[in-house]
Design a protein around this ligand. Structure first.
Ligand code: HEM
Length: 140
């Protein structure tokens, strides 16, 4: 048995930030817009949509600002609102397994629609799943 580390995922170019790989601000904006467009129209994401208010406009801006910093770009969210404290900020919304899974599925479809490289999609979905799971605040 070789002592080499087993490579279990496709390699991703780590010489550039994820922010750059996604096309900077225009790329992140397009991803977030596709994410909320899908949330608005896809019948199998209806519980996730119902957890949001009538308008998704504020959520679009906030997720865009947040993801720019999360992916290694400018810290627009922190400059406006301070530390993200995502779990605390999500406590007003009921989040269980259904909402977690619909959020991650919605993001996966949005990334595919935006033509993001499959190896990067896979890696980002794993990381988003961890965050979304930690956001759960309801049994079931
Ligand atoms: C990886 C998972 C997630 C990330 C990165 C994320 C990110 C964010 C961010 C940055 C905000 C803005 C917070 C603020 O300043 O008020 C937000 C708001 C919100 N999130 Fe999430 N979220 C995630 C998962 C979820 C899930 C699973 C739900 C399910 C219900 C959810 C529902 C909401 C709602 C309802 C808002 C308020 C939108 C508004 O202001 O109109 N989020 N989220």
């Amino acid at each position: 048995m070789s002592s080499r580390v087993q490579i279990i995922t496709e390699p991703v170019d780590i010489s550039r930030s994820i922010f750059d790989l996604l096309g900077g601000e225009p790329g992140v904006r397009a991803l977030v817009d596709r994410f909320y467009d899908l949330m608005d129209i896809e019948p199998d994401l209806k519980e996730l949509r119902a957890a949001h208010g009538p308008s998704l406009d504020e959520a679009r801006d906030k997720l865009f600002w947040f993801l720019c910093g999360y992916f290694g770009g400018p810290d627009h969210y922190i400059q406006r609102f301070g530390h993200p404290r995502l779990r605390a900020r999500h406590l007003p919304f009921s989040i269980g397994i259904v909402e977690r899974d619909q959020w991650v599925a919605c993001m996966g479809r949005a990334m595919e629609d935006e033509g993001i490289e499959p190896a990067l999609v896979e890696r980002l979905l794993q990381s988003f799943f961890g965050v979304a799971d930690w956001m759960r605040n309801r049994e079931g």
